[in-house]
Design a protein around this ligand. Structure first.
Ligand SMILES: [Fe+2]
Ligand SMILES: [Fe+2]
Length: 192
């Protein structure tokens, strides 16, 4: 799909629409998505694009994010709709679709699930999910450990990332979208 999307245009758009920090993050997620795609035999250009635009709606006003999510035909859980940190993924996929005419389902799903995960995630969606968690700008305590998992295999990366997501959410008393549990169950079963 090289040349299908105007990368320069998207680059300028997100530079305009996002803070400097999140723009750099987006570029880093794009770079790492491409690297992981090459490592795991996925379309590298598509992965780069999906990584670049994964947070495209993150800094839109809450109301706009809600309006976009409400128009989405993708499955959306009530937990996501009521959680500001999760809403931007659905809004982003819808923005890409309706404003920019992106209709590549794999790209839209990768953007849509980069926050919560889901059962049956494509390889591309796993790549963007993990690139978001371990991009060069991430500095949390265990990031090196997670980078190692991600470079071991996608399955190992996903299992450990989801294990962390679930235990962290539970420890903080946050509600957990079912799709995250479904993703975890899938990778936990594979690891048996
Ligand atoms: Fe995000
Ligand atoms: Fe992100």
């Amino acid at each position: 799909m090289t040349n299908t999307y105007d990368l320069d245009m998207f680059m300028s758009y997100i530079k305009e629409a996002l803070s400097k920090k999140r723009y750099v993050h987006s570029r880093n997620v794009a770079d790492l998505s491409r690297e992981l795609a090459e490592l795991y035999g996925e379309d590298a250009e598509k992965a780069y694009f999906a990584g670049l635009v994964h947070d495209i709606a993150k800094e839109l006003p809450r109301g706009e994010q809600h309006a976009l999510a409400a128009r989405s035909k993708l499955a959306v859980s009530p937990i996501e709709l009521s959680s500001p940190p999760l809403l931007h993924a659905i809004a982003g996929a819808q923005l890409l679709y309706e404003r920019f005419g992106v209709d590549d389902k794999a790209v839209l799903e990768a953007v849509r699930y980069h926050t919560v995960g889901a059962g049956g995630m494509s390889k591309l969606a796993q790549i963007v999910y993990l690139a978001d968690l371990t991009s060069a700008d991430r500095t949390y305590k265990d990031v090196k450990k997670y980078r190692k998992f991600v470079h071991t295999s996608l399955e190992k990366g996903m299992l450990e990332a989801l294990r962390f997501a679930l235990s962290d959410a539970a420890a903080k008393g946050n509600t957990i979208p079912l799709s995250t549990v479904e993703a975890y169950n899938e990778f936990a079963a594979k690891a048996r």
